[in-house]
Design a protein around this ligand. Sequence first.
Ligand code: HEC
Length: 276
Amino acid sequence: MRLTVLAPFALSFLAAASLAASSRDQEILAEAQLAQFDFRSGNYAAATPLVQKLEVAVAESTNNAKLWEALGNAYMSQQGATLTAQPDMPKVIAIGERARDAYARSLALAPDNMLVRASHGMAQMVTALLKGDGPGITAGVDEMNAAARQAPQTIGVRLTRAFTIIHLPPAMRDTDAVIGDLEYIMRAAPGGRPEDVLRLMLGDVHAEMGNLKTAREEYLQVSGASAFALDQVKSRLADLEKGAVSPASIAQVRAGTGSGCAMCHAPGSDKPEAGK
Ligand code: HEC
């Protein structure tokens, strides 16, 4: 008898407690987003404190898919920050595995989130690539392809696939998928510094495949909103006169997908008249 009296009270208490937990989770997620903006605009030191905060948060709130996703993203940022000139490879791989596992926890709770599926595929492919694990690479790519098939209009899904598989050697890579993704992203989010860098990257993919005429057409569309991209284009056009673009300069721009986020995400534009 006492139980029936107690139960509604106990339940309402539990409901209040879980509401409190979820609003705390919301707060942490909002802080995580700000920290990611900070990271993206060039503060690479923001990644590790964010990882630590989210590790505590998922230990306290184990069933929040968004927190696990944010933790996966934080590990990926931390991995990007670890990819210096002389990277500690075992450490870089371990961080990638943590990212993959965090995304897996998120997916177990929310299997329909295609961005998280693509992100899991990304972490899977990157770790497998670093370990030289061929079947692991294929598994990651398959997962990103499945996510892009199911959510072709989600920019994040297409960005994740493009920026990940672009690193595969052309013989191993679905180059049409990379080109389609980059073109889709530019159509959906046109203009400014990101578009300049995306055009440059697209031109580089064409150059790498020997389509020098198409490469040149892409390079010529770089507006100068990104001074970096315009500078690169000048050297590309000179390279094209000689018949090929140097792989080292392609690699330099591509590395931005891992840790040079600021080349697209830094606020503003490098072009003086665009700042007015
Ligand atoms: C070649 C340009 C480019 C680079 C480099 C780049 N991004 Fe982006 N990013 C974009 C574009 C374009 C979008 C989609 C439009 C938008 O949301 O601004 C985007 C969107 C995003 C989004 C989802 C939208 C949002 O605002 O929340 C996240 C998260 C993101 N980028 C993180 C990163 C991180 C982290 C890095 C570095 C590891 C990075 N990006 C590097 C171009 C780039």
